[in-house]
Design a protein around this ligand. Structure first.
Ligand SMILES: Cc1cc2nc3c(=O)[nH]c(=O)nc-3n(C[C@H](O)[C@H](O)[C@H](O)COP(=O)(O)OP(=O)(O)OC[C@H]3O[C@@H](n4cnc5c(N)ncnc54)[C@H](O)[C@@H]3O)c2cc1C
Length: 399
């Protein structure tokens, strides 16, 4: 087997979290290497809603102002219940920054700001272990080679290979009984939705509609999983058809958005999550290995915070590593990295737990058909999350 000692800091996964971590480290003049299994950087899922806390973190990364030019500011919203004979509307205000970003714009802004050679694509990590003698992490790659690193940060998403090291195996992931389809619809002559975020719901089906620009609208449909889903998930035409079928009783204009969607961006996803309580007792560090983003806290999309939380993780990780490093020019040593990771986990654990719990409760409320269970969940949420926007008021601090 080939053995290569390539980099001090290796980041596994070039998604939102991996790129944000590499960029945050770069801003602190710390070099890293990102290993991404895909041929190109992936931006699955069309768009991402970014709350004010996410924008604060993007500003710290130095890409907030570029990205703001690509996404309009949402000014207000409406919940529309379609369960009654006449639709019932509940307007809500948006008092903090809220925008919807194309995932490709976000990934590009991060990748463009990284030094050449930071990202290595077509590079899948199969497993990781600590060298019994030196305790340094060794990554087994799919091409059969072994890469030795001083420090490894697993940002490899919900099915993380690195998370196995912490006892967080894929088999421990749970599934919501709902699934989500997401996509874009283009309005060449402009749409009529202004800067409004609308959510419509009828029974267990929900449509969310949020403009990205004055011509592009991002939408998502949440509906119960069906036995057909495993056969249609690769076929956008069938996904679209199944969505239209599930939207009986929705206004024609809403169905029209789905009918006219861009098929190339249409995506159906089952919703895996890590139980919130799994976050509480784990140390999330072994030697000089830790995890971040969905690898640590896959939550489901119900409060639209997974991406922003991943960027916050990245920022805190880079800050902790930079603070522990003896000198700016020196290489990080093992003891410093271990201390930095312990500090990172301490700062992030409870933030991610509460985000995860909130998302879990909203997801379970949507999952259940029982009005008693729904009432209990609403009561718990009323006690724990009296301010429904608590999550976006957070500031993860300066880089
Ligand atoms: C339906 C849905 C809607 C969502 N909507 C929102 C939203 O509106 N707002 C929001 O903030 N969040 C949202 N999220 C959550 C958000 O998408 C995730 O939290 C975020 O993408 C996590 O980023 P990540 O980098 O940790 O993981 P990922 O984005 O999954 O990236 C992981 C990367 O690692 C790579 N990889 C995986 N395994 C390996 C390996 N073994 N070796 C090398 N590379 C590997 C993958 O190819 C991928 O590029 C949503 C999630 C879902 C499912």
């Amino acid at each position: 087997m080939d053995r290569t000692v390539d980099a001090d800091i290796v980041i596994v996964g070039g998604g939102i979290c991996g790129l944000a971590t590499a960029l945050a480290l770069h801003r602190k003049r710390i070099k890293s290497l990102v290993l991404e299994r895909s041929e190109n950087l992936r931006a699955t899922g069309a768009a991402i809603i970014v709350h004010a806390n996410g924008w604060r973190a993007l500003d710290q990364l130095g890409i907030g102002s570029t990205l703001r030019q690509t996404a309009i500011q949402i000014q207000g919203g409406r919940f529309i219940s379609l369960n009654e004979a006449e639709p019932m509307e509940f307007p809500f205000g948006v008092d903090q920054e809220l925008r919807c970003l194309k995932r490709t714009d976000l990934m590009k802004a991060m990748a463009d700001n990284l030094p050449a050679g930071t990202i290595r694509t077509n590079c899948q990590v199969l497993s990781i272990e600590l060298d019994p003698l030196t305790r340094s992490p060794q990554l087994l790659l799919s091409n059969g080679s072994i890469l030795q690193a001083k420090v490894v940060i697993g940002c490899d998403g919900v099915n993380s290979a690195i998370a196995n090291m912490f006892g967080l195996h894929r088999t421990k992931l749970l599934l919501f009984s709902t699934c989500v389809a997401r996509g874009f619809t283009n309005f060449p002559n402009g749409h009529e939705f202004g800067s409004e975020f609308a959510m419509m719901s009828r029974d267990q089906v929900q449509l969310g509609r949020i403009p990205v620009s004055d011509k592009l609208v991002y939408w998502f449909v949440t509906r119960p999983r069906t036995s057909k889903d495993s056969t249609i998930w690769k076929d956008p035409v069938l996904i679209r058809q199944s969505l239209i079928e599930s939207m009986k009783g929705f206004p024609e204009g809403a169905v029209e958005i789905i009918r006219n969607c861009k098929l190339s961006f249409l995506h159906l996803t089952e919703l895996k999550y890590r139980a919130p309580w799994d976050l509480v007792f784990n140390k999330f560090r072994k030697g000089t290995v830790t995890i971040a983003g969905d690898a640590m806290h896959a939550t489901g999309p119900f409060i639209a915070q997974g991406g922003s939380a991943s960027i916050e993780d990245a920022l805190v990780l880079a800050r902790c590593l930079a603070q522990k490093k003896a000198e700016e020019t020196a290489e990080i040593n093992i003891a410093e990295a271990e201390e930095a990771f312990d500090q990172y986990v301490k700062e992030r654990k409870m933030r991610n737990f509460w985000l995860s719990l909130h998302s879990f409760l909203v997801g379970k409320k949507l999952d259940t058909k029982s009005s008693i269970v729904r009432f209990i969940i609403l009561a718990i949420m009323g006690i724990l999350f009296r301010d429904p926007d608590w999550h976006s008021r957070y500031h993860c601090g300066v880089l």
